[in-house]
Design a protein around this ligand. Sequence first.
Ligand code: NAD
Ligand code: UDP
Length: 327
Amino acid sequence: MAITKKRVLVTGGAGFLGSHLCERLLADGYTVLCVDNYFTGSKDNIGHLLGDPNFEAMRHDITFPLYVEVDEIFNLACPASPIHYQFDPVQTTKTSVVGAINMLGLAKRTRAKVFQASTSEVYGDPTISPQPETYRGNVNPLGPRACYDEGKRCAETLFFDYHRQHKTRVKVVRIFNTYGPRMHPQDGRVVSNFIIQALTGQDITLYGDGLQTRAFCYVDDLIEGFVRMMATGEDVTGPINLGNPHEITVRELAERVIAMTGASSRIVHQPLPQDDPLQRCPDITLARATLGWQPQVALEAGLGRTIAYFERLLALQKTARVPAEAG
Ligand code: NAD
Ligand code: UDP
């Protein structure tokens, strides 16, 4: 008798994290349906998977209902960088809230397990550090980040209401700043910005005094956390923080990138965006205890791989431009 592979839906599968997750699930023997509207994601991110008979890509916006048959759902669809989620804030909130309702409805009908990519932004500009899952946050509901922060908070509410009301099997993780190959080169996130600026000899744009902190997790570590979370028993719903607890200032990150790339770039200061959190660092006690998980890739190693990725990308873009310029 043929053994049927588990069918997994990944929304936002053509994005940075989604494409790594699709790759990992295929390697683990699943059949993967990637759904994306390509707002911030790209077909290039999943091009290498298209020939795999266990992989299928579908253009779809999750603010509209989706009727498919699946065993597990990873709901990642949502722009994640401030410039992209603030570009069309109403659509961002719709993606988080209406998208969550649609994915939870799908999970209810198919009895699938459903995973939500929530965020450290639910803590807003935190007044305690590191942030444990019990911290209720300090979010400005009216500011420019609110479409994302409040959208994700409401999505969490929906996940736990579906769990209580309909016994839906939910898995909620709160992701802290993650970086690695396939980050969108123009999405303004700090790691990609600094690396591209350094590699192209531009000034490094440090917002504010650069003393705000973040803790950066390498993508492979995060995906391992996703897979472990989805594999937990029914009693584990989350929310669980996933991130690297090694906290540094944004200025230190700039200096590290300059040193690693050997760039001659200068650091220039630009205004700190409104509501930019002053500190962020995950308390991962719960992830360690529940998932036996903790990050393995040190910042130096992860930055090295990410710099190598952007070097290749910039070289490809340069070669692609040559014929046009020559012509
Ligand atoms: P990303 O922008 O690269 O990926 C998001 C993907 O969702 C893109 O492919 C985009 O085209 C797609 N998408 C957006 N709106 C959609 C819609 N309405 N319907 C279908 N597809 C849609 O971002 P990412 O960094 O890969 O983030 C993935 C998820 O993880 C997001 O939900 C984000 O909130 C969460 N997250 C990421 C980080 C991080 O550091 N990368 C941190 C916290 C949370
Ligand atoms: N930042 C910066 N220069 C940049 C991009 C970002 O100094 O070119 C800062 C930003 O103000 C924030 C931190 O880096 O304090 C992380 O920004 P990012 O947009 O990557 O993610 P956030 O954690 O704010 O969602």
